[in-house]
Design a protein around this ligand. Structure first.
Ligand SMILES: C[S@@+](CC[C@H](N)C(=O)[O-])C[C@H]1O[C@@H](n2cnc3c(N)ncnc32)[C@H](O)[C@@H]1O
Length: 211
């Protein structure tokens, strides 16, 4: 991966995402979480202060040691016990149907194979359990989407594999999860930033009758 991806990008990501004015959206993504929760792409722990009181434990999957170290103070302040349970969302060391909910924010853009990660999410969620997500991705406007396709390769090189062109709700539905709540919009900011700012806030459930 190299020094840039392993050491610099996690610090840049922590600073940029902490300063991005996303607290209301993070709180909305975390609303309704309860019980035993898994977070994929935990990063530097920016969601911790938004976890509802009903969350009993949080298992964090995060490959970047620098991001995990940056989360230390947030973990120390967290009311919810946090345990680093793995390094790769594409292969979870968890039993089938072992979580009440899964949380993922701004990470399905970076996980190399999001379909594998979402298949794992479906496997570890109990039937009726919910995936809560907040992600950026492919915009519906043809002009913005064209820019996203032009910029995608450079974006991946500069930001540790982050893609601009993933249609996250489509990927979630293709994994056999039922999208029950979906709010999509551009985040506030200048029009020139729209390639990065089309966001999906969603809840998707593992069907009750899932095998
Ligand atoms: C843009 S950061 C978002 C961090 C955090 N979720 C947030 O909202 O602030 C993307 C995160 O996904 C993590 N990531 C990349 N590949 C991953 C994988 N295969 N499994 C789990 N997480 C991964 C990165 O290390 C990084 O921490």
């Amino acid at each position: 991966m190299g020094v840039w991806s392993d050491r610099v990008v996690p610090r840049l990501t922590d600073r940029a995402l902490a300063a991005a004015g996303l607290d209301d959206l993070r709180a909305a993504a975390c609303a309704g979480l309860h019980g035993r929760v898994l977070e994929l792409g935990f990063g530097s722990g920016l969601n911790l202060r938004h976890l509802p009181a009903a969350v009993t434990t949080l298992d964090a999957v995060e490959p970047a040691d620098v991001a995990w170290a940056l989360s230390e103070r947030r973990r120390a302040r967290s009311r919810v016990p946090v345990h680093r349970s793995g390094l790769d969302g594409q292969r979870l060391a968890a039993d089938d149907e072992s979580y009440d909910a899964v949380l993922v924010t701004f990470a399905l853009c970076s996980i190399p194979d999001p379909a594998s990660a979402l298949a794992e999410v479906r496997r570890v969620l109990r039937p009726g359990g919910a995936l809560h997500l907040l992600e950026h991705g492919l915009a519906p406007d043809p002009g913005v989407a064209a820019w996203q396709r032009r910029l995608d390769t450079t974006q991946q090189r500069l930001f540790a594999g982050c893609h601009l062109t993933r249609d996250v709700p489509d990927l979630v539905a293709a994994a056999g999860l039922e999208v029950t709540e979906l709010d999509q919009r551009y985040l506030p900011g200048p029009r020139i930033g729209r390639a990065w700012s089309y966001a999906s806030l969603a809840v998707a459930r593992r069907p009750l009758d899932a095998a």
